[in-house]
Design a protein around this ligand. Structure first.
Ligand SMILES: [Zn+2]
Length: 108
């Protein structure tokens, strides 16, 4: 049985005493590999949250795209970037990610 206050590391399964300041969220012991696992797990958790995966598709982005279109009427039809890529590239997830990073005006 684990003593009270101890946690079982999700990575190596050893029991450890969590940092009192971190007690509620510390799931891994202080071993280097477990810390690394903890770090990548928390990054994965960040991405798996719907509000974070929608980061580039949220209302703010749509608003930005719409105001950009208002400020540049008719530009979308003759978009040089899109004609250079070819429309098929729009289906490419990597091109999609690049477009999102660049706040491209065609949006998601
Ligand atoms: Zn561990």
């Amino acid at each position: 049985m684990a003593q009270s206050g101890q946690r079982k590391c999700l990575c190596c399964g050893d029991f450890f005493i969590p940092d009192p300041r971190n007690r509620d969220r510390q799931r891994y012991c202080s071993a280097a590999t477990c810390r690394l696992t903890s770090k990548s797990a928390s990054q994965g958790a960040w991405l798996s949250k719907p509000q974070n995966t929608d980061y580039f598709r949220g209302p703010l982005h749509v608003q930005r795209v719409q105001s950009w279109r208002l400020a540049h009427p008719g530009y979308s039809a003759g978009c040089t970037r899109c004609s250079r890529w070819g429309m098929s590239r729009h289906a490419d997830p990597r091109a999609r990610a690049r477009r999102q990073r660049n706040w491209h005006h065609h949006g998601a």
